[in-house]
Ligand binder design. Sequence first.
Ligand code: ATP
Length: 421
Amino acid sequence: MSDHLREELQKRSEAISTTAPAGLGLPDEVHVYHSLYPLEPGGPERRKWFGGWASSVYKATSKIDGSPVTLRRIEGFRLMHEIAFSTVESWNKIHHPNVVALREAFTTRAFNDHSLVFAHDYHPNAQTLASVHFVHKPAPSSRTGRSHHNPGSQPHIEEQVIWSYVSQIASGMKEIHAHHLAIRTLDASKVLVTGKNRIRINCCGILDVVSYDPRQSVEAYQQEDLVSFGKLLFALCCNNPSAMNNLPKSLEIIARHYSGDLKNLALFLISKPNPNKNVDHIFEKFGAKLAAQLGAAQVYADQLEGELMGELENGRLVRLLCKFGFINERPEFNHEPQWSDTGDRYIIKLFRDYVFHQVDEAGNPVLNLTHVLTCLNKLDAGVDERIMLVSRDERNCLVVSYKEVKSCIDAAFGELARRSR
Ligand SMILES: Nc1ncnc2c1ncn2[C@@H]1O[C@H](COP(=O)(O)OP(=O)(O)OP(=O)(O)O)[C@@H](O)[C@H]1O
């Protein structure tokens, strides 16, 4: 596995297992979730994104299946109409690679107030598009140490990356609109980057409950989604979340750095709503650009498969090493203190020495990983090749095949397994 991928996956695994320090005053349990861990610092500077309500986000673990989830709590919210939950069921049906899935919504008093909580899938180590592209990371010498946005401080995003974002957002939006729903929160701070240029629309379903209004038509919200998409595109192309505030200048920047297609798409998206303006239009008009993204995604999938092939042996070898650990030097089994040094187990012990405890003519240890991996792979495959196993005092010498050693290990492990609880 490449170092980059290994690091990325390790960070994700660490993110899943991170736990909150004691003393944060968080409840032990909220509905069926426990082990809450705040994903953002609290404080008054938080934006009130959802209908003017303060919210906070936590990672938590489900009691039901042990999976990690994201809980977004709308603080001090009293649900007036139970019917506001009706769209949650529709959101549950959306399982799309570019949409963070909504699992459920519920009210709770666990935070000592009336809170409304949304449980979405958790994507470890995810960042928002805003934090990836709009936050200027302070130099280590910076006196405040604070991050801030500084338009133009980051290089322009490559056009290919922008098309990749466009195809993923359009694809997620198409699925959502096809279910007669609308995103309503499309913004750089509400789109997650969960891998190399891999993005997912976040926070779906929240406004449907928090700002429930049966008089508003879904079609109108869908039109707003398209305009929000356009604004997001302007922001990304200009590297500036406020790009829409100065449209002529932003168009000039786009024309300077990007193709006419991208500019046309941005203009189409921010154009006035009309019944013929819909997400399908993006695929019809810019299909060629989006098809190229499909190719790139497949190349990446091939690369990952290649990396996976390289790791194929690992699981098998770890299982073999565990069996060695269970069998060798076992102090007592079956009322036989010598169990691990007698019978078939003696062959296993000599084989372990042959693999790991080789010495050179001067008696110095030989630490040859290739020798170890070759032996373990041959053992795993049970090949007929024969090897000579010699006891440490050189009094015993046995010639056995890998296949025979393998059956000794299987038999000894089977004996242990039968007596284990
Ligand atoms: N489903 C999720 N999986 C993993 N991490 C998430 C998920 N949703 C949000 N986060 C993380 O939680 C943090 C806070 O999310 P939030 O949506 O509040 O964004 P934000 O950057 O704080 O935006 P703002 O404060 O402007 O509303 C972000 O760092 C985000 O990466």
